[in-house]
Ligand binder design. Sequence first.
Ligand code: PMP
Length: 382
Amino acid sequence: HQPGCECHDCYTGSDCSKFLSNCSANAGSGDPYFLEPFWTKHAASSGVLVSGWHRMGYTYSDGSYISQLLLDYLQKLHARVGNAITEGKHIVFGSGSTQLLNAAVYALSPNHSSPAKVVATAPYYPVYRTQTQFFNSRDFSYEGDTSSWINKTDSNYTFIEFVTSPNNPDGKLTKEVLEGDNVKSINDRAYYWPHYTPIPSPADDDLMIFTISKLTGHAGSRFGWAIIKDEAVYEKMLTYLEMNTMGVSREAQLRALKLLDVVLHGDDEKEIFQFAYSTMTNRWKRLKETISKSKRFSLQKLSPQYCTFFKRERDLSPAYAWLKCEREEDKNCYEILEAAGINGRQGSVYSADNHYVRLSLIRSQDDFDILINKLNTLVAKH
Ligand code: PMP
Protein backbone atom coordinates (compact mmCIF):
# COMPACT_ATOMS: atom_id res chain seq x y z
CA HIS A 1 0.00 0.00 0.00
CA GLN A 2 1.28 3.45 -0.98
CA PRO A 3 0.67 6.33 1.47
CA GLY A 4 -2.00 8.70 0.19
CA CYS A 5 -3.55 6.08 -2.09
CA GLU A 6 -7.00 4.59 -1.58
CA CYS A 7 -7.30 1.05 -0.25
CA HIS A 8 -8.38 -1.83 -2.48
CA ASP A 9 -12.17 -2.37 -2.18
CA CYS A 10 -11.62 -5.43 0.03
CA TYR A 11 -9.30 -3.74 2.56
CA THR A 12 -9.67 -1.05 5.17
CA GLY A 13 -7.73 0.56 8.06
CA SER A 14 -5.05 3.27 8.06
CA ASP A 15 -2.53 0.99 6.29
CA CYS A 16 -5.19 -0.94 4.30
CA SER A 17 -4.22 -4.20 5.99
CA LYS A 18 -7.63 -5.19 7.38
CA PHE A 19 -9.47 -7.58 5.04
CA LEU A 20 -13.23 -7.15 4.80
CA SER A 21 -14.33 -10.74 5.21
CA ASN A 22 -17.54 -10.41 3.22
CA CYS A 23 -15.73 -8.96 0.21
CA SER A 24 -16.02 -10.88 -3.08
CA ALA A 25 -13.15 -11.62 -5.46
CA ASN A 26 -13.40 -9.45 -8.56
CA ALA A 27 -12.55 -11.69 -11.50
CA GLY A 28 -15.00 -10.07 -13.87
CA SER A 29 -13.59 -7.38 -16.08
CA GLY A 30 -10.37 -7.55 -18.08
CA ASP A 31 -8.81 -4.40 -16.66
CA PRO A 32 -5.10 -5.17 -17.04
CA TYR A 33 -3.90 -3.89 -13.65
CA PHE A 34 -1.32 -6.71 -13.45
CA LEU A 35 1.00 -4.41 -15.44
CA GLU A 36 0.74 -1.55 -12.95
CA PRO A 37 3.93 -2.52 -11.01
CA PHE A 38 5.95 -2.37 -14.24
CA TRP A 39 4.80 1.20 -14.83
CA THR A 40 5.32 2.21 -11.19
CA LYS A 41 8.91 1.09 -11.62
CA HIS A 42 9.20 3.21 -14.77
CA ALA A 43 7.11 6.11 -13.45
CA ALA A 44 9.46 8.90 -14.50
CA SER A 45 10.48 7.66 -17.95
CA SER A 46 6.90 6.77 -18.92
CA GLY A 47 5.29 10.08 -17.89
CA VAL A 48 4.01 12.71 -20.32
CA LEU A 49 3.53 16.40 -19.72
CA VAL A 50 1.62 18.24 -22.44
CA SER A 51 1.88 22.01 -22.54
CA GLY A 52 -1.17 24.07 -23.44
CA TRP A 53 0.20 25.11 -26.82
CA HIS A 54 1.13 21.63 -27.93
CA ARG A 55 -0.51 19.89 -30.95
CA MET A 56 -3.60 22.07 -31.14
CA GLY A 57 -4.38 21.36 -34.78
CA TYR A 58 -6.44 18.53 -36.24
CA THR A 59 -3.57 16.91 -38.08
CA TYR A 60 0.15 16.28 -37.97
CA SER A 61 2.37 18.44 -40.16
CA ASP A 62 2.06 15.95 -43.05
CA GLY A 63 -1.73 16.49 -43.05
CA SER A 64 -2.53 13.01 -41.68
CA TYR A 65 -4.16 11.92 -38.41
CA ILE A 66 -1.43 9.38 -37.82
CA SER A 67 1.85 10.03 -36.01
CA GLN A 68 4.64 8.80 -38.27
CA LEU A 69 6.95 8.26 -35.31
CA LEU A 70 4.37 6.11 -33.54
CA LEU A 71 3.93 4.14 -36.75
CA ASP A 72 7.70 3.52 -36.86
CA TYR A 73 7.63 2.38 -33.21
CA LEU A 74 4.82 -0.09 -33.91
CA GLN A 75 6.70 -1.58 -36.86
CA LYS A 76 9.82 -1.87 -34.71
CA LEU A 77 7.80 -3.47 -31.92
CA HIS A 78 6.30 -6.16 -34.18
CA ALA A 79 9.72 -6.90 -35.68
CA ARG A 80 11.23 -7.19 -32.19
CA VAL A 81 8.48 -9.44 -30.79
CA GLY A 82 8.09 -11.36 -34.05
CA ASN A 83 4.31 -11.51 -33.67
CA ALA A 84 3.22 -9.81 -36.91
CA ILE A 85 4.51 -9.00 -40.37
CA THR A 86 4.12 -5.31 -41.17
CA GLU A 87 6.33 -5.04 -44.29
CA GLY A 88 4.40 -3.96 -47.36
CA LYS A 89 1.24 -3.44 -45.32
CA HIS A 90 -0.84 -0.44 -44.30
CA ILE A 91 -1.52 0.63 -40.71
CA VAL A 92 -4.40 2.69 -39.30
CA PHE A 93 -4.99 3.83 -35.72
CA GLY A 94 -8.25 3.59 -33.79
CA SER A 95 -9.72 4.74 -30.48
CA GLY A 96 -9.02 1.36 -28.94
CA SER A 97 -9.35 -1.72 -31.08
CA THR A 98 -13.11 -1.47 -30.43
CA GLN A 99 -13.44 1.30 -33.02
CA LEU A 100 -11.40 -0.71 -35.51
CA LEU A 101 -13.60 -3.81 -35.23
CA ASN A 102 -16.55 -2.02 -36.81
CA ALA A 103 -14.31 -0.06 -39.19
CA ALA A 104 -13.09 -3.46 -40.45
CA VAL A 105 -16.62 -4.86 -40.80
CA TYR A 106 -17.58 -1.78 -42.80
CA ALA A 107 -14.46 -1.97 -44.98
CA LEU A 108 -14.90 -5.66 -45.82
CA SER A 109 -18.63 -5.39 -46.61
CA PRO A 110 -19.69 -4.95 -50.22
CA ASN A 111 -21.46 -1.66 -50.98
CA HIS A 112 -25.19 -1.88 -51.58
CA SER A 113 -25.48 -5.50 -52.65
CA SER A 114 -26.46 -8.40 -50.39
CA PRO A 115 -25.40 -7.59 -46.82
CA ALA A 116 -22.25 -9.33 -45.61
CA LYS A 117 -22.85 -12.07 -43.06
CA VAL A 118 -20.77 -11.44 -39.93
CA VAL A 119 -19.96 -14.57 -37.91
CA ALA A 120 -17.75 -15.82 -35.07
CA THR A 121 -17.03 -19.16 -33.36
CA ALA A 122 -18.26 -19.73 -29.81
CA PRO A 123 -17.00 -19.15 -27.24
CA TYR A 124 -16.32 -15.64 -28.54
CA TYR A 125 -15.88 -12.03 -27.36
CA PRO A 126 -19.48 -10.69 -27.33
CA VAL A 127 -18.68 -7.24 -28.74
CA TYR A 128 -18.43 -8.72 -32.28
CA ARG A 129 -22.14 -9.50 -32.10
CA THR A 130 -23.40 -6.56 -30.02
CA GLN A 131 -21.45 -3.96 -32.00
CA THR A 132 -22.44 -5.34 -35.42
CA GLN A 133 -26.08 -5.37 -34.33
CA PHE A 134 -25.87 -1.91 -32.79
CA PHE A 135 -24.38 -0.32 -35.93
CA ASN A 136 -27.16 -2.01 -37.87
CA SER A 137 -26.51 -1.39 -41.57
CA ARG A 138 -27.79 -2.33 -45.03
CA ASP A 139 -24.31 -3.61 -45.80
CA PHE A 140 -23.76 -6.15 -43.00
CA SER A 141 -25.64 -8.17 -40.41
CA TYR A 142 -24.68 -10.51 -37.60
CA GLU A 143 -25.52 -14.07 -38.60
CA GLY A 144 -24.52 -16.18 -35.63
CA ASP A 145 -22.01 -18.94 -35.14
CA THR A 146 -19.69 -20.21 -37.87
CA SER A 147 -20.91 -23.75 -37.10
CA SER A 148 -24.20 -22.97 -38.88
CA TRP A 149 -22.32 -21.97 -42.06
CA ILE A 150 -19.73 -24.71 -42.58
CA ASN A 151 -20.02 -25.87 -46.23
CA LYS A 152 -22.86 -23.37 -46.68
CA THR A 153 -20.88 -20.29 -47.62
CA ASP A 154 -23.08 -19.40 -50.59
CA SER A 155 -20.94 -17.38 -52.99
CA ASN A 156 -23.72 -14.78 -53.45
CA TYR A 157 -22.77 -13.47 -50.02
CA THR A 158 -19.63 -12.09 -48.45
CA PHE A 159 -18.87 -13.71 -45.09
CA ILE A 160 -16.88 -11.80 -42.49
CA GLU A 161 -15.45 -14.12 -39.86
CA PHE A 162 -14.05 -12.78 -36.60
CA VAL A 163 -11.06 -14.87 -35.52
CA THR A 164 -9.61 -14.17 -32.08
CA SER A 165 -6.21 -15.72 -31.52
CA PRO A 166 -5.44 -16.24 -28.68
CA ASN A 167 -9.14 -16.47 -28.03
CA ASN A 168 -11.09 -14.52 -25.42
CA PRO A 169 -12.37 -16.29 -23.26
CA ASP A 170 -10.42 -19.59 -23.52
CA GLY A 171 -6.92 -18.48 -24.63
CA LYS A 172 -6.68 -20.95 -27.53
CA LEU A 173 -4.69 -20.15 -30.67
CA THR A 174 -7.54 -20.39 -33.16
CA LYS A 175 -7.80 -20.26 -36.96
CA GLU A 176 -10.51 -19.42 -39.51
CA VAL A 177 -13.29 -21.98 -39.66
CA LEU A 178 -15.00 -20.99 -42.93
CA GLU A 179 -13.42 -21.40 -46.36
CA GLY A 180 -13.93 -19.79 -49.77
CA ASP A 181 -12.99 -16.71 -51.79
CA ASN A 182 -16.07 -14.94 -50.45
CA VAL A 183 -14.93 -15.41 -46.80
CA LYS A 184 -12.89 -12.58 -45.31
CA SER A 185 -11.56 -12.59 -41.80
CA ILE A 186 -10.85 -10.03 -39.15
CA ASN A 187 -8.02 -11.36 -37.01
CA ASP A 188 -8.30 -9.90 -33.54
CA ARG A 189 -4.79 -10.19 -32.10
CA ALA A 190 -5.39 -8.32 -28.83
CA TYR A 191 -3.74 -11.15 -26.84
CA TYR A 192 -0.99 -12.17 -29.29
CA TRP A 193 1.83 -11.08 -26.98
CA PRO A 194 4.39 -13.16 -25.03
CA HIS A 195 2.49 -12.23 -21.85
CA TYR A 196 -0.25 -14.70 -22.73
CA THR A 197 0.97 -17.14 -25.35
CA PRO A 198 3.97 -18.65 -27.08
CA ILE A 199 4.58 -16.83 -30.39
CA PRO A 200 4.97 -19.74 -32.85
CA SER A 201 5.42 -17.45 -35.90
CA PRO A 202 4.65 -13.89 -36.98
CA ALA A 203 0.98 -13.43 -37.87
CA ASP A 204 0.54 -12.57 -41.53
CA ASP A 205 -3.24 -12.33 -41.92
CA ASP A 206 -4.93 -9.91 -44.34
CA LEU A 207 -6.46 -7.81 -41.56
CA MET A 208 -5.07 -7.90 -38.03
CA ILE A 209 -6.14 -5.79 -35.07
CA PHE A 210 -3.95 -4.98 -32.05
CA THR A 211 -4.36 -2.80 -28.97
CA ILE A 212 -2.20 -1.35 -26.21
CA SER A 213 -4.95 -2.35 -23.72
CA LYS A 214 -3.52 -5.85 -23.32
CA LEU A 215 0.08 -5.02 -24.30
CA THR A 216 1.08 -2.16 -21.98
CA GLY A 217 -2.16 -2.40 -19.95
CA HIS A 218 -3.39 1.12 -20.77
CA ALA A 219 -6.98 0.22 -21.57
CA GLY A 220 -8.22 3.69 -20.63
CA SER A 221 -6.03 5.45 -23.21
CA ARG A 222 -8.11 3.91 -26.02
CA PHE A 223 -5.42 3.18 -28.56
CA GLY A 224 -5.42 0.35 -31.10
CA TRP A 225 -4.09 -0.27 -34.60
CA ALA A 226 -4.95 -2.40 -37.60
CA ILE A 227 -2.47 -3.90 -40.06
CA ILE A 228 -4.03 -4.28 -43.49
CA LYS A 229 -2.78 -5.99 -46.63
CA ASP A 230 -5.25 -4.75 -49.21
CA GLU A 231 -5.03 -1.10 -50.26
CA ALA A 232 -8.77 -0.72 -51.01
CA VAL A 233 -9.69 -2.12 -47.57
CA TYR A 234 -7.19 0.27 -45.99
CA GLU A 235 -8.75 3.24 -47.83
CA LYS A 236 -12.24 2.25 -46.67
CA MET A 237 -11.05 1.98 -43.08
CA LEU A 238 -9.51 5.45 -43.35
CA THR A 239 -12.85 6.78 -44.63
CA TYR A 240 -14.64 5.20 -41.67
CA LEU A 241 -12.19 6.75 -39.20
CA GLU A 242 -12.45 10.13 -40.92
CA MET A 243 -16.26 10.04 -40.72
CA ASN A 244 -16.33 8.65 -37.20
CA THR A 245 -13.76 10.59 -35.15
CA MET A 246 -11.33 12.27 -37.60
CA GLY A 247 -8.51 10.16 -36.24
CA VAL A 248 -7.31 9.27 -32.77
CA SER A 249 -6.75 11.94 -30.10
CA ARG A 250 -3.23 13.41 -30.32
CA GLU A 251 -2.88 12.94 -26.54
CA ALA A 252 -3.66 9.22 -26.84
CA GLN A 253 -1.05 8.91 -29.59
CA LEU A 254 1.49 10.82 -27.52
CA ARG A 255 0.87 8.59 -24.50
CA ALA A 256 1.16 5.43 -26.60
CA LEU A 257 4.42 6.80 -28.05
CA LYS A 258 5.90 7.41 -24.60
CA LEU A 259 4.87 3.97 -23.34
CA LEU A 260 6.30 2.24 -26.40
CA ASP A 261 9.47 4.29 -25.98
CA VAL A 262 9.96 2.61 -22.59
CA VAL A 263 9.02 -0.83 -24.00
CA LEU A 264 11.45 -0.50 -26.93
CA HIS A 265 14.30 1.59 -25.63
CA GLY A 266 14.79 0.55 -22.00
CA ASP A 267 18.07 -1.07 -20.81
CA ASP A 268 16.56 -4.51 -21.15
CA GLU A 269 14.62 -4.87 -24.39
CA LYS A 270 12.62 -7.86 -23.12
CA GLU A 271 11.76 -6.37 -19.72
CA ILE A 272 8.01 -5.78 -20.03
CA PHE A 273 7.53 -9.17 -21.69
CA GLN A 274 9.56 -10.98 -19.01
CA PHE A 275 7.62 -9.19 -16.30
CA ALA A 276 4.20 -9.88 -17.85
CA TYR A 277 5.05 -13.49 -18.71
CA SER A 278 6.44 -14.32 -15.27
CA THR A 279 3.46 -12.67 -13.52
CA MET A 280 0.99 -14.60 -15.66
CA THR A 281 2.88 -17.92 -15.42
CA ASN A 282 3.07 -17.57 -11.66
CA ARG A 283 -0.68 -16.91 -11.48
CA TRP A 284 -1.40 -19.93 -13.69
CA LYS A 285 0.81 -22.14 -11.52
CA ARG A 286 -1.13 -21.18 -8.40
CA LEU A 287 -4.50 -21.48 -10.15
CA LYS A 288 -3.69 -24.94 -11.57
CA GLU A 289 -2.50 -26.13 -8.15
CA THR A 290 -5.78 -25.03 -6.59
CA ILE A 291 -8.07 -26.48 -9.25
CA SER A 292 -6.11 -29.75 -9.47
CA LYS A 293 -7.35 -30.57 -5.95
CA SER A 294 -10.91 -30.63 -7.22
CA LYS A 295 -12.97 -32.99 -9.36
CA ARG A 296 -15.86 -30.60 -9.48
CA PHE A 297 -14.04 -27.85 -11.39
CA SER A 298 -11.65 -27.94 -14.33
CA LEU A 299 -9.62 -25.49 -16.45
CA GLN A 300 -9.11 -25.28 -20.21
CA LYS A 301 -6.35 -27.59 -21.45
CA LEU A 302 -3.63 -25.91 -23.45
CA SER A 303 -0.51 -27.64 -24.74
CA PRO A 304 2.92 -26.00 -24.65
CA GLN A 305 4.44 -24.74 -27.90
CA TYR A 306 7.74 -23.37 -29.12
CA CYS A 307 7.98 -19.62 -28.62
CA THR A 308 10.17 -17.77 -31.11
CA PHE A 309 10.36 -14.77 -28.75
CA PHE A 310 11.73 -16.61 -25.70
CA LYS A 311 13.43 -19.21 -27.95
CA ARG A 312 12.11 -22.20 -26.05
CA GLU A 313 9.02 -24.27 -25.53
CA ARG A 314 6.60 -22.74 -23.03
CA ASP A 315 3.09 -23.07 -21.69
CA LEU A 316 0.27 -20.73 -22.59
CA SER A 317 -0.57 -18.24 -19.84
CA PRO A 318 -3.91 -16.81 -20.98
CA ALA A 319 -5.53 -13.67 -19.65
CA TYR A 320 -8.59 -15.62 -18.53
CA ALA A 321 -9.38 -18.94 -16.90
CA TRP A 322 -12.23 -20.72 -18.66
CA LEU A 323 -13.46 -22.65 -15.68
CA LYS A 324 -15.91 -25.52 -16.04
CA CYS A 325 -18.25 -26.93 -13.42
CA GLU A 326 -17.98 -30.62 -14.32
CA ARG A 327 -21.16 -31.92 -12.69
CA GLU A 328 -24.13 -32.14 -15.04
CA GLU A 329 -26.40 -30.66 -12.36
CA ASP A 330 -24.15 -27.58 -11.97
CA LYS A 331 -25.92 -25.86 -14.85
CA ASN A 332 -25.21 -22.43 -13.45
CA CYS A 333 -21.55 -22.45 -12.57
CA TYR A 334 -21.58 -18.66 -12.14
CA GLU A 335 -24.01 -18.92 -9.20
CA ILE A 336 -21.93 -21.59 -7.51
CA LEU A 337 -18.89 -19.33 -7.68
CA GLU A 338 -20.90 -16.27 -6.68
CA ALA A 339 -22.11 -18.05 -3.55
CA ALA A 340 -18.44 -18.69 -2.73
CA GLY A 341 -17.65 -14.97 -3.08
CA ILE A 342 -16.18 -15.11 -6.59
CA ASN A 343 -17.43 -12.84 -9.37
CA GLY A 344 -16.65 -14.06 -12.85
CA ARG A 345 -18.64 -13.93 -16.09
CA GLN A 346 -21.19 -16.45 -17.23
CA GLY A 347 -20.43 -18.76 -20.15
CA SER A 348 -23.54 -17.51 -21.94
CA VAL A 349 -21.96 -14.03 -22.25
CA TYR A 350 -19.55 -15.74 -24.69
CA SER A 351 -22.34 -17.73 -26.39
CA ALA A 352 -21.25 -20.86 -24.51
CA ASP A 353 -22.81 -23.19 -21.98
CA ASN A 354 -23.38 -21.96 -18.42
CA HIS A 355 -21.32 -24.86 -17.09
CA TYR A 356 -18.51 -22.41 -17.93
CA VAL A 357 -17.39 -19.20 -16.24
CA ARG A 358 -14.65 -16.78 -17.32
CA LEU A 359 -12.34 -15.59 -14.56
CA SER A 360 -10.09 -12.62 -15.26
CA LEU A 361 -6.47 -13.24 -14.24
CA ILE A 362 -5.07 -9.89 -15.39
CA ARG A 363 -6.35 -7.68 -12.59
CA SER A 364 -4.26 -6.50 -9.62
CA GLN A 365 -2.23 -8.82 -7.38
CA ASP A 366 -4.74 -8.20 -4.56
CA ASP A 367 -7.63 -9.23 -6.81
CA PHE A 368 -5.77 -12.38 -7.83
CA ASP A 369 -4.75 -13.30 -4.25
CA ILE A 370 -8.33 -12.89 -3.05
CA LEU A 371 -9.52 -15.03 -5.97
CA ILE A 372 -7.09 -17.84 -5.09
CA ASN A 373 -8.07 -17.70 -1.40
CA LYS A 374 -11.76 -17.96 -2.25
CA LEU A 375 -11.12 -20.78 -4.73
CA ASN A 376 -9.05 -22.70 -2.16
CA THR A 377 -11.89 -22.44 0.34
CA LEU A 378 -14.44 -23.53 -2.27
CA VAL A 379 -12.34 -26.47 -3.47
CA ALA A 380 -11.70 -27.64 0.12
CA LYS A 381 -15.45 -27.90 0.66
CA HIS A 382 -16.05 -30.19 -2.35
N1 PMP B 1 -10.77 -7.69 -28.67
C1 PMP B 1 -10.74 -8.55 -27.66
C2 PMP B 1 -10.68 -10.00 -27.95
C3 PMP B 1 -10.81 -8.07 -26.34
O1 PMP B 1 -10.81 -8.95 -25.32
C4 PMP B 1 -10.88 -6.68 -26.11
C5 PMP B 1 -10.91 -6.08 -24.71
N2 PMP B 1 -11.40 -6.83 -23.70
C6 PMP B 1 -10.94 -5.83 -27.20
C7 PMP B 1 -10.86 -6.37 -28.48
C8 PMP B 1 -11.12 -4.34 -27.04
O2 PMP B 1 -9.97 -3.72 -26.69
P1 PMP B 1 -9.75 -2.14 -26.75
O3 PMP B 1 -9.51 -1.72 -25.36
O4 PMP B 1 -8.53 -1.99 -27.61
O5 PMP B 1 -10.94 -1.49 -27.39
